[in-house]
Design a protein around this ligand. Structure first.
Ligand code: PA5
Length: 463
């Protein structure tokens, strides 16, 4: 596996003192980074945080693979019902390995289609159901908590759709992924006899891509999850090293922490130059936003900290966003995601038409062009004093993707330590969820229905 992090374009020597960091700042902060590594390692070894252990859970990986082998060929579609961390990991893996929609690798009994029902847009749900055949569909319902409103309601619809066609046999077409022994989904799965894979208690949704939440759908659509785990295991080993040369996640966390907190870059643009990494950019957006956007630090002080992640696609968004990035407010740091080897070179035919713009590119390749465009955008950003850095994956295969996802999770965890916040909770989304239950009339949530009514009164009174 070959994944590199290049921080040079974050340096003051390139983008100027006001917007760039210095080698001596990095050096002076090295002890802080090492303390972050040590404290996160301690918490992980105490079993508080589980994602670093996931790539080593051979039994889980084997049982998922065995099930995928057993049912292979019996369906042409895998339908995931889940949201947030219970959907984005599957999307990142599908998009990464099978390719982006609508140009995914051909579907076959070994590689069925993946449909993800995350949002509760009724038109979307209806159209998705109409596009699937219940006799050919395997449903994977995923919820760490077992009670998320979107997942529960969509699952009720999908379950009914299956049952109307298959009767009592529907249960055999449903796999539940949830916290073992806890929550309403687990209880339902037990009662109805759904096959269940467990998400460890100490693995939060956005850190669960290498748990059954990501691995089960991935294996069922024919992705080699052993290779994913192998890449992630290799990266985990690197992420425990104290040497910042080897530990790219810690070095990246430290550089991002400096540029964010010392140079006030409050927005980070994740900028993959690969359509295969587009799903990963959205997965990363959730990971970074939900983990690091926090009201309080660990001591309980009010900090309201956070760096807004944006997903942009190279080269497409050069023609949409880069004008803003280069001339607009200098409040962003850019992380390019580069790929060395594409699965095809995209050879451009040699045909000359006698038109300069066409003849200049004839005989070259799209691989060369996308690389030139990324490097030119980075150079232009440097010219305009816009700090940027690059993570390079040798290629987008299972091993590299597994390693990259694990690197991003470690980087996020280290950043949480550097900021002295809890990167693993999400208090901020709880109130909205409770108010929704209040509005939907759930028993026990009457207090939230009243709170919502008070808000409505306030709106009415406001002029
Ligand atoms: O990271 C998280 O914990 C959240 O974003 C969850 O993934 C999201 O809310 C979905 O939760 P659940 O898996 O319980 O349905």
């Amino acid at each position: 596996m070959n994944i590199q992090f290049d921080e040079k374009n974050l340096l003051a020597d390139l983008v100027g003192k006001s917007h760039g960091i210095t080698r001596s700042e990095i050096e002076r902060s090295r002890p802080k980074a090492l303390r972050a590594l040590k404290s996160f390692r301690k918490l992980s070894e105490r079993g508080l945080y589980g994602f670093p252990h996931l790539p080593f859970q051979e039994n889980v990986i084997q049982s998922i693979r065995a099930y995928a082998r057993e049912v292979r060929g019996a369906y042409d579609t895998v339908c995931v019902v889940g949201i947030g961390g219970s959907a984005l990991g599957a999307w990142a893996l599908d998009c990464g390995i099978r390719g982006p929609h609508p140009v995914q690798g051909a579907f076959s009994p070994e590689h069925p289609r993946l449909v993800i029902l995350d949002n509760v847009d009724p038109s979307f749900t209806q159209a998705a159901l109409a596009s699937m055949d219940p006799r050919q569909t395997l449903v994977v319902v995923i919820a760490k908590s077992g009670g998320t409103a979107e997942t529960v309601s969509t699952f009720l619809i999908v379950h009914d759709w299956l049952e109307r066609e298959l009767g009592r046999k529907a249960a055999r077409r449903i796999v539940a992924v949830t916290t073992e022994g806890k929550g309403d989904l687990f209880a339902l799965a037990q009662a109805e006899g759904f096959l269940t894979f467990g998400i460890p208690e100490n693995v939060g949704g956005r850190f669960s891509v290498l748990s059954p939440a990501g691995l089960a759908p991935a294996a069922l659509i024919g992705i080699d999850i052993r290779k994913l785990a192998r890449g992630a295991a290799e990266m985990t080993h690197l992420c425990w090293q104290p040497d910042l040369g080897e530990n790219i996640a810690l070095r990246a966390a430290l550089c991002h922490w400096l540029i964010w907190t010392r140079r006030n870059k409050t927005i980070q643009v994740a900028f993959p130059y690969s359509n295969h990494l587009w799903g990963t950019a959205f997965w990363f957006r959730q990971l970074w936003a939900e983990s690091l956007g926090k009201a309080h630090n660990r001591a309980g002080g009010l900090v309201n900290v956070g760096q807004t992640p944006i997903a942009a696609l190279g080269t497409t968004d050069q023609h949409s966003q880069v004008q803003l990035y280069i001339e607009g407010p200098n409040d962003k740091v850019f992380t390019f995601w580069a790929v060395n080897k594409f699965s095809s070179q995209g050879k451009i035919p040699k045909r000359r038409f006698g038109q300069p713009a066409f003849d200049a590119l004839a005989g070259q390749s799209l691989a060369k062009l996308i690389d030139a465009e990324r490097r030119s955008t980075a150079a232009a950003m440097v010219e305009y004093g816009r700090p940027n850095c690059t993570v390079t994956l040798d290629r987008v295969d299972e091993t590299h993707l597994g390693g990259f996802l694990q690197m991003m999770e470690f980087q996020t965890a280290f950043m949480g330590e550097l900021l002295d916040i809890n990167a693993f909770d999400q208090e901020g989304v709880e109130l909205g969820k409770k108010l929704t239950y209040g509005l939907m009339g759930r028993k026990g949530f009457e207090k939230y229905a009243r709170q919502f009514a008070a808000y409505e009164r306030k709106r009415k009174a406001a002029r």
